[in-house]
Design a binder for this molecule. Structure first.
Ligand code: GLN
Length: 494
């Protein structure tokens, strides 16, 4: 088996058994990046020298018996995490030359665990989007293709570069961030696993902010167990993030083997909205059958405010974004365009630095926060957000986890939904409610569309009960046995 086809857990075992070195493992992934990144555009920045130096340090630690839990594991980092000394762009021209003088807590933890960073992955600008088409550094191409059709497809977004890199075997795992679905939807589109932990589980310190009350970092990998291993290293209390939860980090990997016997799995009737494509409905049924056969009880639940989740999100998220993005003023960070006076300098900097989608969100956000509209939109949205959380609290009195589709479709073609922002926003219909409620949620590849593209199911858990989510996800993964490979890797033997 080629080194790039190993799971993270297998690679870790191989490194410990000295079957291969961290240097070999990293070199194999760097070679894959050189071969495929020109086609995929999954990375904005590749850092081969840093990666090889880190791999050699991992080899020394492995030899000395002082290796951390991720020693020598090549990872891709979403270019929204500040990395000390390595350019961090948020896929925006605004931060084209920004080299952070500090490291995000999540990446610092991964480094401390011994991980090797191969580069910074592409995303939608400032993580706003579902397709990676809004990146100022060009679109990411999904490594999958429709059967018999070479049309380039989107990898989903906003963590589309991370998802494409993991699916194409350019890294064993990656970090993503998820504000309304940005880990789960690209995981589904690229046939990999992705988890958005509970809000507060991973520190937001050093992650470029989009919507602070929703943003969460999380792992993306090719198996549920690999995600569990990664989250174990990423999570934990951080005094530098006031919303970080001061609670212990459980053994997520152990949770993957718990099974689902006796668990009650809720199926929300409101998610079965008219218009759900047959293949998505069939996939959802398959998930229920798998869990029932494994000893879980499937129960019908109601989340009555589901239909308001998307409009609520598209008020709250832009409101917070407009406030967070006010810091890009041409003075403190990144880009600066000169002007005759201060106001003109601000205007020119922001006009040049931000792309259309980011400007759209700033306009919407500023509008809903403005005097006169604040009560009608923002305050109302906050109230509805509480109702949505209340729906989940009521449901979790009767069930232990919730099963839904991850996205309403398989990956779509580049440009297919760009004409209409609302169509693009509809992608988030199943992912946004768990974000508004701060709940852990995960996508696992379960089947393929008629066109041969991967489709994922989503599991949602109680606050800080990632363990049950991992248990359910691992059961579905085992039974579904998803083993299809993306077109770009189809010819490579496993
Ligand atoms: N697609 C959603 C949006 O555009 C979610 C993005 C995200 O989770 N970062 O806002």
């Amino acid at each position: 088996m080629s080194l790039i086809d190993l799971t993270l857990a297998q690679a870790r075992a191989g490194l410990r058994a000295k079957t291969f070195s961290a240097r070999d493992l990293t070199a194999a992934h760097l070679e894959a990046i050189t071969a495929l990144n020109p086609t995929l555009n999954a990375f904005i920045t590749v850092t081969p020298e840093i990666a090889l130096a880190e791999a050699e340090a991992a080899d020394r630690a492995l030899a000395a018996g002082t290796a951390g839990p991720l020693a020598g594991i090549p990872l891709a980092i979403k270019d929204l995490f500040c990395t000390e000394g390595v350019r961090t762009t948020a896929a925006s021209l605004m931060l084209e030359t920004f080299v952070p003088p500090y490291e995000s807590t999540v990446t610092a933890k991964l480094r401390d665990a011994g991980a090797v960073f191969v580069g910074k992955t592409n995303l939608d600008e400032f993580a706003m989007g579902s397709s990676n088409l809004t990146s100022a550094y060009g679109a990411v191409t999904n490594p999958w293709r429709r059967a018999g059709d070479d049309t380039p497809l989107v990898p989903g977004g906003s963590s589309g570069g991370s998802a494409a890199a993991v699916a194409a075997r350019l890294a064993l795992g990656a970090t993503g961030t998820d504000t309304g679905g940005s880990i789960r939807q690209p995981a589904s589109f690229c046939g990999i696993v992705g988890m958005k932990p509970s809000y507060g589980r991973c520190s937001r310190y050093g992650i470029i902010a989009f919507a602070s009350s929703l943003d969460q970092a999380g792992p993306m990998a090719r198996t549920v167990e690999d995600c569990a291993i990664l989250l174990g290293a990423m999570a934990g209390f951080d005094p530098k993030d006031s919303t970080s939860a001061d609670i212990p980090v459980p053994d997520f990997q152990a949770a993957c083997t718990r099974g689902v016997k006796g668990l009650r799995i809720g199926v929300p009737r409101e998610y079965a909205a008219p218009g759900m494509p047959d293949e998505i409905a069939a996939l959802w049924h398959l998930g229920r059958d798998i869990l029932r056969a494994a000893g879980a009880e499937i129960i019908d639940i109601s989340l009555p405010h589901t239909e308001y989740a998307l409009p609520t999100y598209y008020i709250v998220a832009p409101a917070e974004a407009s406030s967070n993005l006010a810091r890009y003023d041409g003075v403190r960070f990144g880009r600066r365009e000169d002007g005759a006076d201060l106001i003109e300098m601000y205007e020119r900097t922001r006009a040049k630095g931000f792309g259309d989608e980011v400007k759209r969100r700033i306009l919407i956000g500023t509008y809903v926060l403005s005097a006169g509209y604040y009560d009608a939109y923002y305050l109302r949205a906050q109230k509805v957000r509480s109702l949505i959380l209340g729906d989940f609290t009521t449901a979790f009195a009767r069930c232990d986890a919730i099963l839904t589709p991850t996205a309403p479709s398989a990956a779509f073609a580049q440009g297919e939904k760009m004409d209409d922002p609302i169509k693009m926003y509809l992608n988030d219909i199943y992912t946004v409610p768990a974000s508004l409620a701060g709940l852990p949620a995960m996508s696992v590849p379960v089947g393929q569309s008629q066109e041969g593209l991967p489709l994922g199911l989503q599991m949602i858990g109680r606050p800080f009960d990632e363990e049950t989510v991992f248990a359910v996800a691992a059961e579905i993964e085992r039974a579904a046995g998803f083993s299809a490979r993306p077109a770009i890797r189809a010819g490579v033997s496993a």
